[in-house]
Design a binder for this molecule. Structure first.
Ligand code: F6P
Length: 293
C-alpha cells in the first residue's frame, strides 16, 4: 500500500512517538509518504525522505519531526484541488492525519473527495470531538503544573499573588486540570467567571495563604487588566506569567507515550484490515476506531 502521513495544526509531545510506532509497523511492507508541514506538504507535493533510523532517533522529542503548519490555503478550492491531485499522483491508498479539530475538518474535506483517511487526535487542548484524550494533553498539563510550582516558590518568598495564563485556545481543559494539580485558588476558565468573584475569592484566600495562585485560560480575559483590577481592590502585590509555548514542547510523559503507542497500533490494525475512514478515539477509557463521516 502507499500510505501518506501528515501532521497539522498545533504540535504536542507524543506525536513523534506515535509516528515512530506507526512507521515501525508499516515501513517494511508499504511505501510511506511523509508529507512535510501538514496540508502545505500535500499542496506542494513536499515529501520528506527520513529513514527509520532518523525517526527512531527522534521518537522521544517533543514537537513533530515531519513538521506542521496552519494552512489557510488548504481551505481554498484551489489548495484542496492541488492536494487531491498530488495524492492521486502518488497513488496514496490512505492518508493518516494527526491533528486537532481544524485538521479533522480538513481531513473530512478529503474524505468527501473519496480520499481514504485515518485520523489521530493530537492537540494539547484535548478538545477533539468524541475523544476523551488527544496526544499532547498530559505532557502539556505536566509542563504547565511544573512551571507554576516553580514560579510559586519565589512568589511564596515575597508573599506575592500570581496570575498564570494557560494555553487552550477556547478550551479550559488544561487550566482546569492544572488548577487541580497545583491547588489553584481561582480558575478564570469560562464566561461565568468574573473579576469580582476572583477578587472576593482572593480576599478570603490571603487570610491563610502566602502566595495565592490564579489561573486564567487564554483568550478569555486580559491578564494585565485582571492584575490591575485585583491590585485596585486588594492590598496585594500581583505578578503575571504567561505559560505559553513552554507547555506545548518537551519530552512526552510516560502516560503520553502509552497513549501514543495505542493510538498508533489501533490505526495500523485498521489499515491492515483495510478498514479506512476512521478516527481513533478514546471512549469510556477504551480505544475505539470510530467511523468518520
Ligand atoms: O494547538 C493548540 C494551541 O496550542 C492552543 O492552545 C493555542 O491557542 C494555539 O495552539 C496557538 O497557536 P499557534 O501555535 O499558531 O500560535
Amino acid at each position: 500500500m502507499n500510505i501518506g502521513i501528515l501532521a497539522s495544526g498545533g504540535d504536542g509531545a507524543g506525536m513523534n512517538y506515535c509516528l515512530y510506532n506507526i512507521y515501525k509497523k508499516i515501513y517494511r511492507n508499504n511505501n510511506v509518504f511523509l508529507f512535510n508541514r501538514g496540508y502545505m506538504g500535500l499542496i506542494n507535493n513536499d515529501i520528506l525522505n527520513y529513514d527509520f533510523k532518523y525517526i527512531k532517533n527522534h521518537k522521544n522529542d517533543g514537537g513533530i519531526m515531519i513538521k506542521t503548519s496552519r494552512c489557510p490555503q488548504f481551505q481554498t478550492p484551489g489548495g484542496l484541488e492541488k492536494a487531491i491531485k498530488n495524492l492521486s499522483k502518488n497513488n496514496i491508498d490512505v492518508l493518516i492525519v494527526m491533528g486537532g479539530n481544524g485538521s479533522l475538518k480538513g481531513a473530512k474535506e478529503l474524505l468527501k473527495r473519496n480520499i481514504n483517511i485515518m485520523f489521530i487526535p493530537c492537540t494539547i487542548d484535548n478538545d477533539v470531538l468524541n475523544s476523551e484524550y488527544c496526544i499532547g494533553f498530559d505532557t502539556a498539563c505536566n509542563n504547565c503544573a511544573n512551571f507554576i510550582k516553580q514560579v510559586n516558590d519565589t512568589m511564596k518568598s515575597f508573599n506575592r499573588t500570581c496570575i498564570y495564563e494557560a494555553m487552550g485556545r477556547k478550551c479550559p481543559s488544561i487550566a482546569i486540570t492544572v488548577g487541580n494539580m497545583v491547588n489553584a485558588d481561582y480558575l478564570y476558565v469560562s464566561n461565568n467567571c468574573s473579576v469580582d468573584s476572583c477578587v472576593e475569592t482572593l480576599r478570603k484566600t490571603i487570610k491563610t495563604k502566602d502566595a495565592p495562585i490564579v489561573i486564567i485560560r487564554e483568550n478569555l480575559i486580559d491578564i494585565k487588566y485582571l492584575k490591575q483590577e485585583i491590585e485596585k481592590k486588594l492590598d496585594l502585590d500581583v505578578r503575571t506569567c504567561i505559560v505559553g509555548y513552554f507547555q506545548r514542547g518537551g519530552m512526552p510523559t510516560k502516560i503520553e507515550k502509552l497513549y501514543a503507542k495505542k493510538f498508533a497500533s489501533m490505526c495500523v490494525n485498521e489499515i491492515k484490515n483495510k478498514k479506512f475512514n476512521k478516527s481513533i478515539i478514546v471512549k469510556n477509557g477504551v480505544f475505539v476506531a470510530e467511523k468518520l463521516n
